[in-house]
Design a protein around this ligand. Structure first.
Ligand SMILES: [Zn+2]
Length: 91
């Protein structure tokens, strides 16, 4: 378990906490590595576009697509973590 997940938070507050963490990380990087927000956004867009769609999602580098619901599942799973369907080609 990650240290920042020590305290269970209501779902609505979890995102706020994650954003605070992101902000802290970014400000630290800005200070230590000469990062700029413009460069960060540029990089985020480039990563987003790796799967051919600008949808705010990272292209999965590995994994299988669930034949039932299209959810991306990592190779270690034999069943879809989203709908539970058995994945073909996985033992
Ligand atoms: Zn599924």
């Amino acid at each position: 378990m990650h240290p920042w997940n020590r305290n269970a938070r209501p779902a609505a507050r979890r995102e706020t906490a994650a954003l605070g963490q992101y902000q802290a990380m970014f400000e630290e990087m800005e200070k230590t590595a000469g990062f700029s927000e413009a460069r960060l956004k540029e990089r985020m867009l480039e990563i987003d576009l790796r799967d051919g769609k600008r949808d705010g999602r990272l292209a999965p580098s590995t994994g299988n697509k669930c034949p039932d619901c299209g959810h991306i599942i990592t190779k270690v799973c034999s069943n879809c973590s989203c709908c539970g369907a058995k994945l073909t080609g996985v033992t």
